[in-house]
Design a protein around this ligand. Sequence first.
Ligand code: MLT
Length: 396
Amino acid sequence: MITPNMHYDDLKDSYLFYNIAQKTKAYLEANPGKYLYRMGIGDVSLPLCEAVIAALHEAVDDQSKKNTFHGYMPECGAPFLREAIAKYYAEKGVSLSSDEVFVSSGASDELGDILDLFERSSSALVIEPAYPAYVDANVMAGRNIIHLASGKENQFLPEPDDHLKADILYICSPNNPTGAVFSKTQLQKWVDYANQNGSIILFDAAYEAFIEEESLPHSIFEIEGARTCAIEICSLSKTAGFTGTRLGYTVIPKELVRNGMNLNAMWVRNRTTKTNGVSYIIQKGGAAVFTPEGQKQVKQNIQIYKNNAKMLMEALDQLGIWYCGGKNAPYIWMKCPGGMGSWEFFDYLLNEIQVVGTPGEGFGACGEGYFRFSTFGSPEDTKEAARCLVQLFKKQ
Ligand code: MLT
């Protein structure tokens, strides 16, 4: 009899966002007709911008004509999109060649797939609270996981120290769920650590477009030495509303070599075997994001989410509740009031004011007692949720 991957037995019963979806579904079944203010999973509520929609329509038409039709796409991405992304980095002062950019079907898919590059005996360091897929993907592979807890005392931005021994280092900045952003000086310490120890940083830059403060880095490749120790994984999900459209990109510098193996070349080998590329239509839509018109329009949408963040932050300020994030990231990370536990607070908000958020404990043990709001909902829902929050806690 075949033995399945027994590491699945080490996973939590179900995935965080699936758990939340089940709980809200059960609530609606028990309370038919109730309206929920959904600020749990970071799923966007605004439609794709006009520039993207126009490019998608054009690409669909291309597929209807013999001379513009596309079959299989290049496995690592269409040259037009790889070049557009390299140019986007150049505008941030980061020089890349287009064959260091790999187009993917999204950052969450890629964060799991990229682990193919590493031995299962390698260890993975996860700075917690963290996006739970980092842990789950490594549990499935049977890797040893080092959970590095962070907290209010270090603004959720821990530094490496000499006792730390890890091969794969997950860094998400701006951070999901805390919204904390590493400064260049702080990231330099992680880059130096990785270069000294032969580790590889997996830098999740999914929220870079939300950074407001000019001094903060958008890419790990703004840091000296990163080209010899880092892979950057990014997505158009939050930048341009592609959660349902699916498109991302990964940067692997050609200098990234371990044990004589070139990781860029390894990823080319992986992709050419394991994918037939992202669809032509979606890549055309993605390329439109990087045009001047596309950039202007996606920034307008991001501003709407930032206004949502302001409404929630004002409500928490009014109530004197501690929080961070919301400024350079689309998440607000708050302390549960009255010493409540994360899931207790989840149930309380759901039952009292029909607001759905994400319990901090779902992002790791050190997230217990915290709660995350996503700012990707509609302005109307966010305004009402903020009003209900104030009303609920003012009474206490
Ligand atoms: C989140 O809510 O943490 C993210 O939206 C989940 C994801 O990007 O897959």
